[in-house]
Design a binder for this molecule. Structure first.
Ligand code: LLP
Length: 421
């Protein structure tokens, strides 16, 4: 069931016409569907029914506190990668005992905040980090629960920039050092070993790399237990891909992923932890934008829209595909056109798609870029001094602005000219 769909020829978010949001809030804007977030969360969580599992939503995908609160109400935990994300998760009502802290560069201040909050565990990625965590915990008279993120050297992920489980990637403890890392951790008074963690990449559209990683980690868990360590949890990270509407391979549905995980981990006697981001948020959001100009080039037509790469960087950074649809559906006698869809930023990279066929559009028409709920707003910037764009959460026939559009004055307020100038 699509919650961004046409009714009487115009596109709605649940029961709200997008046109009315554009009138009230302006464009560009991110629009999210509560019902879609809820459905994705429950489809994912239900696929692990019957086993001991924690779904720790990966906050980086979409970190708005209203989204986190929506998921908290469903019972979600959180995977955070900074003190800022930790603060967001706590403010949104995600209990500390359901929060895991990942990332290759945690600072002592961040460790302190997490220890104070009493999070579930730290996913530790290097020995120097382990030692700093030990010192930090001891200085607070605390013991830090940890899993090591291990690097299984498995190829996975929809793009080079989002593949993380290969030995040349910066992530995790090198496979061959895993056992000695656990041995060192066991000797530290401020550290308690509770599990193993892995995350191999993002937008993975095939179960095979997950299977490979789970099998390798399963073997490692046996070796670690034989070494005398207590391994209670196995965090397999996030990474399950979503359909973006192009012709690439369609990722397996969560139920298949869940069945595979259950099958491969049944004999391990561990609590499973999952860190899905995109799977929950990706198709729960769209980018609503307006055609500024239709420009005729020498050999092509450009659709210049009011959203740009600073608002949604995925096409520029990862060559990502996003479906594009007009808010007002084309009438029966529409003509088909081919456009390069571009933003106003002064770089050729500010291109959402090239040679895309779509119904002919005019200046002022509203269009949406689909599947923009994950890594859209979260990765936006104010490049070209374009203020961050609003985020709007729809629920049934109501909606609320959950992040306001700052004014240019708000942006300038944070800068100053030194008195020598
Ligand atoms: N856990 C860890 C440790 C991660 O690094 C990530 C994503 C996730 C979980 C969630 O992965 P997901 O379920 O969303 O695939 N900006 C890129 C994606 C970057 C993914 C980074 N890590 C994009 O827009 O495609």
């Amino acid at each position: 069931m699509r919650h961004f769909d046409y009714k009487n020829g115009e596109l709605y978010a649940e029961n709200v016409p997008l046109r009315s949001i554009a009138d009230k809030v302006g464009t560009p804007a991110y629009i999210y569907s509560t019902a879609t977030f809820e459905r994705h969360y429950s489809v994912f969580a239900d696929s692990f029914s019957g086993i001991d599992a924690l779904v720790a939503y990966s906050v980086k995908a979409n970190s708005n506190i209203a989204i986190l609160a929506t998921l908290a109400k469903m019972g979600a935990g959180a995977d955070v990668v900074s003190g800022g994300e930790l603060a967001r998760a706590l403010v949104a009502g995600i209990p500390a005992h359901k929060i895991v802290f990942s990332g290759v560069g945690k600072t002592s201040a961040e460790m302190r905040d997490a220890l104070k909050a009493g999070i579930r565990l730290f996913n530790v990625e290097s020995l120097p980090e382990l030692r700093l965590l030990n010192q930090t915990a001891l200085s607070m008279n605390k013991i830090a629960p940890i899993a090591f993120r291990v690097n299984p050297d498995v190829t996975a992920g929809g793009h080079d920039k989002i593949s993380t489980g290969k030995k040349e990637n910066k992530f995790g403890i090198a496979w061959k050092h895993a056992q000695s890392a656990y041995a060192e951790a066991a000797r530290l008074k401020g550290i308690k070993i509770v599990g193993v963690d892995v995350h191999i990449g993002s937008q993975i559209d095939d179960l095979a790399p997950f299977e490979k990683a789970i099998e390798k980690v399963g073997e490692l868990i046996k070796r670690l237990r034989a070494d005398g360590h207590t391994i209670q949890s196995f965090d397999i990270g996030g990474g399950l891909g979503i359909p973006y509407g192009d012709n690439n391979k369609t990722p397996p549905p969560p139920a298949e992923y869940g069945a595979m995980v259950k099958r491969l981990t049944a004999s391990l006697d561990v609590e499973m932890i999952f860190e899905p981001g995109r799977m929950i948020a990706g198709n729960a959001g769209i980018l609503l934008t307006k055609v500024l100009y239709v420009k005729e080039g020498e050999d092509r037509n450009f659709l210049i829209i009011d959203a740009a790469m600073n608002d949604l960087i995925r096409p520029a950074l990862y060559d990502a595909y996003h479906d594009i649809e007009p808010v007002i559906a084309a009438g029966p006698n529409f003509t088909q056109e081919t456009y390069d869809v571009v933003g106003p930023i002064c770089e050729s990279g500010d291109t959402f798609t090239k040679s895309r066929e779509m119904p002919s559009l005019n200046d002022g028409d509203l269009v949406v870029l689909h599947s923009a709920g994950a890594y859209g707003a979260a990765q936006s910037s104010q490049y070209n001094t374009r203020p961050l764009i609003p985020e709007v959460l729809v629920s049934g026939d109501k909606y609320a602005v959950i992040r306001e559009r700052p004014s240019v004055a708000d942006i300038l307020k944070t800068e100053s000219i030194p008195d020598w100038l």
